[in-house]
Design a protein around this ligand. Structure first.
Ligand SMILES: *Cc1c(COP(=O)(O)O)cnc(C)c1O
Length: 357
């Protein structure tokens, strides 16, 4: 039976990425050696790293004056690395979910954190819009896509102070204006590569403004200066990331991805709105994520949750259980998820309705 992979992360990758990485695990770049057993300083791997950085810049239209670095540690390490590198006395955060909260917690160790707005009292089911960004803070931090709650900031906001964004789960899903950001970071395992590599796009002139000593490995400048080769980078995930970047380029780039992502999300949201057995969890439609689509059983059908889960599982729907803090269901529709998987889920919801109403 065909499996439809809706996992939130790690999550579906292009078949192209998986096949080329599998081949390179056996024979990397004609060396007769596995990509897992060659030096990261070999000319073959140095070329992989350089091309990955170059394609990253090309696909996202990254202007001059920015660096792309690949490090380990996950987005969760970036939660501390951002304040370590940027914060003197004060920073500002928008609290839109569990990941924002974790980022806020880390920042508090470095000084005053102004949480400008929060949607926590309604289980993060919308994106607050009515807030003022303090001009005396060193930076303003947002989480553009809230993987757990299915809300998304789908445009590049204007900030009077340097803007920092966690884009772990929506990088490469829509065109962005990088020039509006000081730092964009994310774990790769949602839309780019297997777990193990973290990317950061850093505006070079934002660094060097804090007084404190920054440990070498937590200093963005270290990785910029050494082109992500200060220490051993996550070789295999970087190789896989390059494959995804090539796949993105060959498949029309980011604007084409965006078009397809909007179409896929639309198919599923339309069914959630139409089908009387289900309802969406995000209250403001404009905040609905195009990457993580959350829904629950509608009023009166709450007792059918397990039945639907089992029904969908039997039809090959994998990874649709909602995060424990929201319950219900979450279908992640990352770039690599084909339209036919969304159509299969929609059909499953329709058939469940006609068999159970
Ligand atoms: C998954 C996720 C994280 C955590 O990433 P790790 O790489 O596991 O540390 C952070 N932020 C967002 C938005 C995420 O989706």
């Amino acid at each position: 039976m065909k499996k439809h992979n809706f996992y939130a992360g790690p999550s579906i990758l292009p078949q192209y990425t998986i096949e080329n990485t599998a081949k390179a695990v056996i024979d990397f770049a004609g060396t007769g050696l596995s990509v897992m057993e060659v030096s990261h300083r070999s000319k073959e791997f140095v070329a992989v790293m350089a091309e990955a950085q170059q394609l990253f810049k090309e696909l996202l239209n990254i202007p001059e004056g920015y660096s792309v670095v690949f490090v380990g540690g996950g987005a969760s390490t970036q939660f501390a690395m951002v304040p370590f590198n940027l914060m003197n006395k004060k920073s500002a955060y928008l609290n839109t979910g569990a990941w924002s909260k974790k980022a806020i917690k880390e920042a508090k160790a470095f000084g005053e954190v102004d949480v400008v707005a929060s949607s926590e009292d309604t289980t993060f089911n919308y994106i607050p819009k009515d807030y003022v960004i303090p001009t005396d803070a060193d930076y303003f931090h947002i989480t553009t896509n809230n993987t757990i709650y299915g809300t998304e900031i789908k445009h590049d906001i204007d900030s009077p102070i340097p803007l920092v964004a966690d884009m772990s789960s929506d990088i490469f899903s829509r065109p962005i204006d990088v020039s509006k950001y000081a730092i964009i970071y994310g774990g790769a395992q949602k839309n780019l590569a297997p777990a193990g590599v973290t990317f950061a796009i850093v505006r070079n002139d934002i660094l060097g403004k804090v007084e404190r000593h920054i440990p070498t490995m937590l200093n963005y400048q270290t990785h910029i200066d050494k082109e992500s080769m200060f220490n051993t980078p996550p070789v295999l995930p970087v190789f896989a990331a390059l494959q995804t970047l090539k796949w993105l380029k060959a498949n029309g780039g980011i604007s084409k991805m965006h078009e397809t992502n909007v179409y896929k999300a639309g198919l599923l949201y339309d069914e959630i709105d139409r089908n009387p057995m289900f309802k969406g969890t995000v209250t403001h439609k404009e905040d609905r994520s195009i990457m993580n689509i959350c829904f629950v059983m509608n009023d009166g059908f709450e007792d059918k949750e397990k039945a639907f889960f089992d029904y969908a599982s039997k039809r090959g729907m994998i990874g649709i259980k909602g995060h424990r803090s929201v319950g219900g269901f979450r279908a992640s529709t990352y770039n690599a998820l084909p339209v036919e998987s969304v159509e299969a889920l929609v059909k499953t919801m329709q058939d469940f309705e006609s068999e159970n109403k």
